[in-house]
Design a protein around this ligand. Structure first.
Ligand SMILES: Nc1nc2c(c(=O)[nH]1)N[C@H]1C(S)=C(S)[C@@H](COP(=O)(O)O)O[C@H]1N2
Ligand SMILES: [Mo]
Length: 407
């Protein structure tokens, strides 16, 4: 059925009210000479909030519909309404998340919501099982998802945070709030990310557009680095060398151990690093009030790339980790050792099982700057069978951090 009974009755109800006021307006308004309250009431009922959105579009990178395309993830583009999200053959899993305290930018509580119900953003993007994990850019490591409201508000989610971290299990396209249609007047839907520390920051109301953007490049060039630059939508570009990062009066040094497994060889690393968020706090964004619309592209000297949303770094457990040495969050590595482990999570038994590494692929001497994201350990879909692999967002030879605002 095209209209759900609830939507249809809401529609009828609204039409009747509209009709009554419309008639009242037509017959009575010429006589209104006083305060004009009838006119005001009519105007309020007849002109909907201009931000209301009855549907949202899902658009992806140009891949010409080729499901074998090696660069971009492939999925079902199109226009989605509440009715399409309620279609159980397409979205068998409807999700309800509880207890939201939505705050504004200054941390003031603006809304308490006991429940949101809808479809997970990752189920939408993976509709029909078309999400393709693994294989460099194709698995979306360089991809971001941009969510936009009818009012122009934008929020960014990185594809990896959506698919390979615990945050993705609580990122919802909601159509119900507290058990009733979220926006019965309009059919508007909203995006909400429950795992965010400040849930207001990426709360996108009147959802009207979801754009999937791919920043992957073909790899070329060689691996070597001793410094990196930060450029993009920032006021002054910066450059940091390894010794800058190792200077404890400028940066807090974080010890880590037992992070992995990385790639098929199942190795784990231990060492020292600096939080990527601390490094980013040294730059001034051009639009600091729109943090949630920013993301960073990390690029190596061999043009290997991946992305982090600014929000996942500044507003979630992915950026900061949970405080143990195995969960330091996203860090720029200044020094590390390598050891072989088993399947996740079985790192080498003791510190003595880690050895200093050398050689082209695993250089970890003073010429080396890299990054790791310790929280990319929550499998989704086809990812599970091969086990956890922190490889996708482990970077060797960091060369550039491009700070970008979603347009
Ligand atoms: N600069 C750069 N970083 C990279 C890659 C690359 O090709 N270039 N490959 C990635 C992949 S696919 C994996 S699985 C891991 C491998 O990490 P390892 O060299 O420590 O095993 O590094 C990642 N980081
Ligand atoms: Mo990999």
């Amino acid at each position: 059925m095209f209209y759900s009974p609830r939507r249809f009755s809401a529609f009828v109800h609204k039409s009747i009210i509209f009709l009554i006021f419309g008639i009242q307006f037509t017959f009575c308004s010429p006589k209104v000479t006083g305060d004009g309250s009838d006119l005001v009431a009519f105007a309020l009922l007849s002109s909907e909030n201009t931000f209301y959105s009855h549907s949202f579009s899902l658009k992806g990178p140009e891949n010409n519909g080729n499901t074998n395309q090696t660069i971009a993830p492939y999925f079902e583009s199109g226009l989605y309404t509440i009715t399409s999200l309620q279609n159980e053959s397409k979205f068998p899993q409807r999700v309800t998340l509880y207890n939201f305290s939505i705050k504004d930018k200054n941390g003031n509580l603006i809304e308490v919501v006991s429940s949101f119900t809808g479809v997970l953003l990752r189920d939408l993007i993976n509709i029909g099982g078309k999400f393709k994990p693994f294989d460099k850019g194709k698995d979306g490591r360089a991809t971001v998802v941009i969510l936009e409201g009818k009012d122009g508000f934008k929020a960014v989610v990185s594809y990896t945070e959506l698919m390979r971290t615990t945050l993705g299990a609580e990122m919802l396209i909601a159509f119900e709030k507290n058990g009733a249609l979220l926006d019965a007047n309009s059919g508007s839907m909203a995006f909400v990310s429950k795992g965010d520390k400040n849930q207001g920051s990426r709360y996108v109301k009147y959802l009207s557009k979801i754009t999937v953007t791919n920043e992957w490049l073909n790899q070329s060039g060689t691996g070597t680095t001793s410094s990196f630059s930060i450029t993009g939508d920032i006021v002054t570009p910066l450059n940091y060398s390894l010794s800058d990062l190792q200077n404890v009066s400028s940066f807090q040094s974080i010890d880590f151990t037992g992070i992995g497994p990385i790639s098929n060889s199942k190795h784990y690393i231990s060492g020292k690093g600096v939080s990527l968020l601390e490094i980013l706090s040294k730059v001034t964004l051009r639009n600091p009030n729109d943090l949630q619309s920013y993301y960073v592209i990390l690029e190596a000297t061999d043009k290997y790339r991946f992305t982090h949303s600014y929000s996942e770094l500044s507003n979630t457990i992915v950026g900061s980790g949970s405080g143990t040495s195995a969960t330091p969050g996203v860090i720029v590595i200044t020094e590390f050792k390598k050891g072989l482990g088993g399947d996740y999570p079985n790192p080498p038994a003791s510190p003595s099982n880690y050895t200093s590494c050398s050689g082209t692929n695993n250089t970890c001497d003073t010429e080396y700057i890299a990054t790791i994201s310790s929280e990319d350990t929550a499998p989704y879909g086809g990812d599970v069978s091969s086990g956890i692999n922190l490889g996708p967002r482990k970077m060797s030879w960091l060369n550039t951090i491009i700070v970008k605002k979603a347009e």
